[in-house]
Design a binder for this molecule. Structure first.
Ligand SMILES: NC(=O)c1ccc[n+]([C@@H]2O[C@H](COP(=O)([O-])OP(=O)(O)OC[C@H]3O[C@@H](n4cnc5c(N)ncnc54)[C@H](O)[C@@H]3O)[C@@H](O)[C@H]2O)c1
Length: 575
């Protein structure tokens, strides 16, 4: 019986090996890990990762030809084929920090294989690694061979979380790279025979080692680049009145481009895209290709820009301050159908809002409170290390509460942000949510999953990425930081209150001068109307017979500016 051992029981090692065991009953598959809790979870009814269909596959073969164990050395020694699927984080220190892949875990796995092996082995790179890693691994393994032959193969994994089992059962392709020697080709054939149990031959591609290693980085860079391209377009759509959904549909109809991966969103996340692009950038730089490095860097820059833009929209829409306001966060995982939060855009959005002192109430159907608190307190790149090496959750963020229900999260909130496209968020009772929220009530849809028009009919002010802007948002461009600075400058020469309800000159004085003063009664109606029906200018005007829509909008602008001035502290001497 062929024996396979996989080092690393994570999002890749676990599901990949479960499917191999399912499809190859004649092969014994053991998945090993240094994390005792992870292995215990794989051996329990509560698997350590959530992935549709995974439970079923594991139940069918666990104990038959699929085993999970912490006896790493024993099972590596006994195996014919050793897959290595350990973490390959971004380096945080030393040469290449912030870009290069940290191969500490890979190297220690390779040294252990060399130490414990007593028979020939095929060692398979399953982790995503920099080009030429196989060469380094080969050196470690062959340095102290004890007469043992090793063949290194690169077999990068292309599964996507959330659809991992389907991707593994019906892969677009399986890629195997190996040495172009007879021994190398023999090893490729041995691994091909495993996959050929269920993958059609024409989908199993074989290449040299370096092409296989680079193909994985290239594939992730291309995928992320599509998202950044459509996200860059979304900003332009908001500025011009185009609708990004219509634009990407029209663009994707071109068969040379295709429709997939063209959804605008708050940004991409997941453990791989950013890490692998940074790695690619580093490799380009090391190979004297700064222009190529710069090109790929831009993909990450646009992703960061998109997340910032979203936070700015939220804050500027809500009178330029979210201090002490409750904001509901619906969805924390980086995409639907997974509990994985690694590099999720929700972390940056939440940190941005917390930076503006808001209170957050977070609900995600698959992410625990401990994980959310950990994510919001962890440093960049710390997340991508084996669990036992990650920092403990040191402090909890006081302004964050994690709840188990979308209605609870949104109760008394001023705004709600949808950050993961979970199906259940499409069918929530938004009328009930609106009734229980503060007014005006805002929805910021970071995944374009709600029917914005229906929500507007209910009374929400809605922001959808890359869609024509709500009139409220038009008046508040998402450039609050620059705007604030400019206004501070203006205030140096004139720091008086602007609204007619207060004394003094106005920043928007020229507009105000032409209008009849507002009575206290009109002010009251105006404020109550906004609280009750949001920025529905027509309806507000119908309650204020003496005022035109233009006058009401101007009055609103001045009110917003007042709040900004107060928030900036510039008026403290007057209050
Ligand atoms: N997550 C994805 O969607 C995905 C897809 C394709 C490729 N990849 C790549 O696959 C690799 C693994 O990713 P993942 O998401 O499964 O990571 P993960 O963090 O979920 O799992 C890695 C596991 O390796 C274990 N480990 C680390 N060093 C070890 C050692 N010396 N001995 C035994 N176990 C050890 C860790 O404890 C951890 O459980 C990465 O290189 C990643 O880039 C990930």
């Amino acid at each position: 019986m062929v024996k396979i051992c996989c080092i690393g029981a994570g999002y890749v090692g676990g599901p990949t090996m479960a499917v191999i065991a399912l499809k190859c009953p004649a092969i014994e598959v053991v998945v090993v890990d240094i994390s005792v809790s992870r292995i215990n979870a794989w051996n329990s009814d509560q698997l350590p990762i959530y992935e549709p269909g995974l439970d079923d596959v594991v139940k069918q073969c666990r104990g038959r030809n699929l085993f999970f164990s912490t006896e790493v050395e024993k099972h590596v020694a006994e195996a014919d084929i050793v897959f290595v699927s350990v973490n390959t984080p971004t380096k945080t220190q030393g040469l290449g920090a912030g870009k290069a892949a940290d191969l500490t875990y890979w190297e220690s796995a390779a040294r252990m294989i060399a130490d414990v092996s007593k028979s020939d082995k095929i060692v398979v790179e399953k982790s995503t690694v920099p080009v030429k890693t196989a060469e380094a691994i080969e050196k470690i393994l062959t340095h102290n061979t004890k007469g043992i032959n090793y063949q290194i193969l690169s077999n990068p994994e292309f599964l996507a979380e959330g659809t991992a089992i389907q991707d593994l059962l019906k892969p677009d392709r399986v890629l195997i790279g190996g040495r172009e020697t007879p021994e190398g080709q023999k090893a490729i054939q041995a691994l091909k025979d495993v996959y050929a149990q269920w993958v059609p031959e024409d989908r199993i591609l074989t290449t040299n080692l370096w092409s296989a290693e680079l193909s994985k980085l290239a594939a992730n860079a291309f995928l992320a680049q599509r998202i950044s391209s459509v996200n860059a377009m979304s900003a332009l759509c908001e500025a011009t009145g185009a609708d990004v959904t219509q634009v990407s549909y029209a663009v994707g109809k071109d068969t040379r481009i295709g429709p997939k991966f063209l959804n605008a969103s708050v940004g991409f996340g997941g453990s791989c895209f950013q890490k692998d692009i940074l790695n690619l950038v580093y490799i380009c730089e090391c190979n004297g290709l700064p222009e190529v490095a710069e090109y790929w860097k831009q993909v990450i820059k646009i992703n960061d820009y998109q997340k910032n833009r979203f936070v700015n929209r939220v804050v500027s829409s809500m009178f330029n301050t979210v201090a002490n306001k409750k904001i509901a966060i619906l969805g924390f995982a980086f995409k639907k159908d997974t509990g994985d939060t690694r590099e999720t855009p929700a972390i940056d959005v939440c940190k941005g809002l917390l930076g503006d002192k808001s209170r957050l109430s977070i609900y995600d159907p698959q992410v625990t409170e401990d994980q959310i608190q950990r994510d919001l307190t962890m440093n960049k790149f710390d997340w991508d290390h084996p669990i036992h090496l990650q920092p403990m959750s040191p402090t909890t963020v006081k302004q964050v509460s994690v709840v188990w229900d979308a209605y609870e999260a949104t109760k008394d909130a001023h705004g709600l942000c949808i950050l993961t496209e979970w199906d259940e968020f499409k069918t929530l009772d938004y009328q009930r949510i609106f009734d229980n929220m503060q007014k005006p009530a805002f929805v910021f849809d970071g995944r374009n999953i709600v029917d914005a028009e229906k929500l507007r009919e209910i009374g929400f002010i809605v922001y959808s990425i890359g869609k024509p802007l709500d009139p409220w948002l038009k008046d508040m461009p998402a450039k609050r930081k620059e705007k604030k600075r400019k206004e501070k400058k203006t205030m140096n020469s004139d720091t008086n209150l602007s609204s007619s309800s207060r004394k003094g000159k106005s920043v928007g004085e020229s507009k105000e001068k032409k209008q009849a003063p507002w009575s206290r009664e009109e002010e009251k109606i105006f404020e109550n109307s906004i609280a009750e029906i949001g920025l529905n200018w027509e309806r507000i005007a119908s309650r204020l017979p003496g005022k035109t829509i233009e006058e009401i909008k101007d009055h609103y602008d001045l009110l917003v500016k007042d709040i900004e001035l107060i928030e900036s502290g510039a008026l403290d001497h007057l209050l």
